[in-house]
Design a protein around this ligand. Structure first.
Ligand code: SF4
Ligand code: SF4
Length: 420
């Protein structure tokens, strides 16, 4: 491929002054000690491509693919380099201009034909859970390190919970506030999380109602486009985002609440994804992560004691991409009898990273194993994190006896434990 095609904006590339402060924060650099696997190295590849000194070849693509998109470098960068935009634009350029090997194309095609669509995912998740029970998680986990379509399928099976448990809350319904009303919110149900994490949805509804909010749960919401955007599938991401704004943009709610850090990060960036679309910008301005929303409003309901030790893992797209760091900790610490600990290297990505653990299973496994070990050292009863992908990834590599859940599920449990 020749240089000069679409790609990361030159002014964003030139904002990097090569200081290297981001290097110690970058998990792929920590694992490889390879400059090309660091944020500075990847930006330099973009610069050299933009100068025409480098081709868009498989080497270039491999270094861009191996980035987790965890944004730890953004937090570490004193020059304010907009790395998130750079990596999204570099990946979109690759998808538009580079012909991947057939096996990679097949994996990506399968992922994006299935994951954004809950109706297609639901029967597959059910079948996958049964297959996992029949063949044992060790077999599928071992197969996952192989790569290719078989590896991606095995990784997906290994990530699945044995059961999706709770019943899905009814759609197309307004759940009324319990007690004096403080406002009306809409709950965004997402794609994968609406299939696997019904218990998180139910907990969010319970807590928001108890805190005095009417909760609207529209039917057929669809996918926000986050998985596609982070993987460079710009056209699909734009289409999904536009459909979501068209469907939900006119609903009269004070805020749209998401329980998924990855979705929240993209939903808040619709002004970038759908530039010049005022309806998208207005919709985007009403997006709140549930921790952020509850913390800003202040908890007023009665929460009973849980008497548990909880490890909190800060999801990258919550802490780094949205700057929501203290809120989840404060909410968990407000539960009586809830001791909250943070693991060593808490800010290092767990290896989930959107579709990363399906397409880069070897690196994802190293990060997942390290994250699970740092949590196990704490000797906790529960690990809590605000992103569905992180929950699946951490569960996969943790002792099956360790409960993993969303912080809002602990709040809901405490609500039910309150004296009446
Ligand atoms: S997003 Fe994460 S993996 Fe990618 S360059 Fe930044 S710190 Fe490294
Ligand atoms: S910290 Fe920022 S300016 Fe320095 S090398 Fe990293 S990205 Fe570039």
């Amino acid at each position: 491929m020749s240089a000069g095609a679409i790609g990361p904006e030159r002014r964003l590339i030139d904002a990097c002054v090569h200081c290297g402060f981001c290097l110690p924060a970058c998990p792929t650099y920590q694992l490889s000690a390879n400059e090309a696997e660091s944020p500075r190295g990847r930006i330099d590849l973009m610069r050299r491509y933009s100068d025409g000194a480098l081709k868009l070849d498989s080497d270039f693509v491999a270094h861009i693919d191996s980035c987790l998109g965890c944004m730890a470098c953004v937090k570490a960068c004193p020059s304010g380099v907009e790395y998130e935009t750079l990596i999204v634009e570099a990946r979109a350029m690759i998808q538009a201009s580079f012909v991947r090997p057939a096996s990679q194309r097949l994996v990506r095609k399968a992922i994006f034909a299935l994951m954004p669509y809950p109706r297609r995912m639901r029967p597959l998740v059910r079948l996958g859970g049964m297959a996992k029970q029949m063949f044992g998680s060790r077999v599928v986990a071992a197969a996952g390190a192989r790569g290719g379509l078989a590896g991606a399928v095995a990784s997906a099976l290994a990530l699945l919970p044995r059961t999706t448990g709770a019943a899905r809350p009814a759609r197309n319904r307004l759940y009324s506030a319990a007690g004096p009303k403080r406002g009306t919110v809409g709950l965004l149900t997402g794609c994968v999380s609406s299939v696997i994490f019904s218990s998180t949805e139910q907990a969010a509804i319970d807590v928001l109602r108890a805190e005095g909010f009417d909760v609207l749960v529209p039917a057929g919401q669809g996918c926000c486009g986050a998985l596609a955007e982070h993987a460079g599938e710009a056209r699909l991401a734009g289409r999904l985002a536009r459909a979501m704004v068209g469907k939900l943009g006119r609903e009269r709610v004070d805020a749209w609440i998401t329980t998924s850090a990855g979705c929240g990060s993209t939903l808040k960036s619709y002004d970038r994804l759908l530039a010049d679309d005022t309806a998208a910008a207005e919709f985007s301005g009403r997006i709140r992560d549930i921790h952020e929303f509850l913390y800003q409003k202040g908890l007023r309901a009665d929460y009973g004691p849980l008497n548990i030790r909880v490890a909190y893992h800060p999801a990258c797209h919550l802490a780094n991409a949205q700057g929501i760091v203290d809120e989840p900790l404060a909410l968990l610490r407000s539960i009586p009898g809830c001791e909250v600990l943070t693991p060593a290297q808490a800010g290092t990505c767990c290896g989930s990273a959107g579709i990363y653990n399906l397409v880069e299973p070897a690196t994802a496994e190293r990060l997942g194993v390290a994250k699970a070990a740092s949590i196990a050292e704490l000797g906790v009863d529960v690990v809590a994190t605000g992103n569905p992908g992180c929950l699946l990834q951490i569960s996969r590599y943790s002792d099956p006896g360790l409960e993993s859940t969303h912080p809002v599920e602990l709040l809901a449990r405490a609500l039910h434990a309150a004296p009446v």
